[in-house]
Write a protein that binds this ligand. Structure first.
Ligand SMILES: [Mg+2]
Length: 444
């Protein structure tokens, strides 16, 4: 397991990079208005219930952090400049950022606007080694975009993400100093982190999970190794407990999934008896939403596009899709969107098949920033942990807008009841009726 300190590990044993732009929104604002340079700058809501989305390092010196209530931030730093977000501008910079990454390897996995994982193993023949590639991509971002970044170089996603965080600039009340910029996770560093790392620093562990773990006596990652897996699963669910046990051994089975490879996730059901009434259709869609949302969460994904598919008794297939401006992995929200789409489908006959597919998948970032500022936040929560960000991502207003948009585009179903009363008693195979949620994939 341990390698002798004198032997230098092969950089190609650590081909995974995590790149994170520094204080992205605030940095773009400063680039566009250089008079802000050196001042404490934030992007966020300045109103009564505003929340900070991004803080420059100068602002962080005063204790200002993202996800903090703006009123608290202003109390900490009276000179704080709070700017409203300009998402068009951030998206321009973001797409240039992802273009630069795409020059390094085709296997890049964007995590929101300002972060990505890269797998360099597929570009081994054209790159000298991952450390040099990390340094060069960093200087390209600096030269071409004017943006600073931090890069973690590691064996897997777990360590790469931890490393980019440690490579960030450092700040204290006294000032801001440069960070390492690139941090390479050697085997020595891996084992040191596994021994000393707080469990709250792991992907997927937010304040609520941290509290549960603390009750089980798990404070550090190393403590996870001594907890019974069944006990852990009982408290956290099997998916998360399996992931955490893996992390505790330094393993991370998640691969870098480029958007080119990303597939859709879906669930369909062929009914034993064709259905025609709205209530049954809604009920089926909500059930499917639960299955799809669970699959997304297990894969640490968010979906931005939702499609509802229906096939009627004459085997005509219809579908309706909606692209959202936020990613979903929550069954309630997914169910709302799916029902709005499903009920807007033109139906003259009863339906024999109904399904939900989600696409435009993106990895759920451990510290994703919500694109909505005024959703109210719990300032005591500190950094936006996954639970917190998930709750905020799907704030009710955004969801309502999305559902209204669907209704505006497609109209609600206004078909007469008479046509819906036709009963199609469709026989399905024993295998299908044994599957409570219907077959995973249905092909005629
Ligand atoms: Mg960032």
């Amino acid at each position: 397991m341990s390698s002798s300190p004198s032997s230098s590990p092969d950089p190609w044993s650590t081909p995974i990079l995590h790149i994170d732009l520094d204080a992205f929104f605030a940095s773009v604002e400063i680039l566009d208005n250089p008079s802000l340079k050196g001042r404490p700058v934030c992007v966020g809501g300045s109103g009564e219930r505003g929340v900070i989305a991004s803080a420059s390092y100068e602002a962080r010196r005063f204790g200002v952090r993202s996800a903090m209530a703006s009123s608290v931030a202003r109390r900490l730093c009276s000179d704080l400049v709070i700017l409203p977000g300009r998402f068009d501008r951030y998206e321009e910079y973001s797409s240039r950022f992802h273009e630069v990454l795409g020059d390094v390897t085709w296997r890049t996995e964007p995590l929101g606007l300002d972060e990505a994982f890269l797998d360099l193993s597929v570009a081994q023949r054209v790159l000298s080694n991952p450390l040099e590639a990390a340094a060069s991509v960093r200087s390209r971002l600096r030269d071409e975009l004017g943006l600073d970044s931090a890069v973690g170089v590691a064996r897997n996603k777990l360590f790469a993400k931890l490393a980019s965080k440690r490579a960030k600039p450092r700040f204290s009340a006294a000032g801001v100093s440069e960070g390492a910029g690139v941090l390479w996770v050697t085997p020595e560093l891996e084992s040191r982190w596994l021994d000393t790392l707080g469990v709250g620093e792991l992907w997927g562990v937010g304040p609520a999970t941290s509290r549960k773990l603390a009750r089980l006596g798990v404070i550090h990652v190393r403590d996870l190794r001594h907890v019974d897996e069944d006990l852990l699963a009982g408290h956290l669910g099997s998916a998360l407990s399996r992931t955490l046990s893996e992390f505790a051994r330094g393993e991370d089975s998640r691969v870098v999934e480029s958007s080119r490879e990303a597939k859709s996730v879906g669930h369909e059901e062929t009914f034993a008896v064709s259905v025609s009434d709205d209530a049954t259709i809604e009920e089926a869609l909500r059930r499917h939403a639960g299955v799809v949302a669970r699959a997304l969460r297990e894969r640490h994904l968010l979906a931005r596009r939702v499609t509802v598919i229906a096939r009627d008794d004459e085997l005509r297939t219809r579908s309706r899709s909606q692209t959202l401006n936020f990613g979903l992995d929550d069954e309630g929200a997914l169910g709302e969107v799916a029902c709005a789409l499903g009920l807007s489908l033109e139906r003259t006959l009863a339906l024999r098949l109904l399904g939900i597919h989600v696409s435009q998948l993106e990895a759920r970032a451990g510290s994703s920033i919500q694109l909505s500022f005024d959703v109210g936040s719990d300032p005591s929560a500190g950094s936006p942990a996954p639970e917190v960000s998930r709750r905020h991502q799907i704030d009710q207003a955004a969801l309502r807008d999305a559902v209204d948009d669907i209704r505006r585009r497609f109209g609600a179903s206004v078909l007469g009841r008479g046509s819906q009363l036709r009963e199609g008693h469709l026989k399905v195979s024993a295998q299908r009726s044994d599957t409570p949620f219907g077959p995973a994939r249905e092909e005629p």
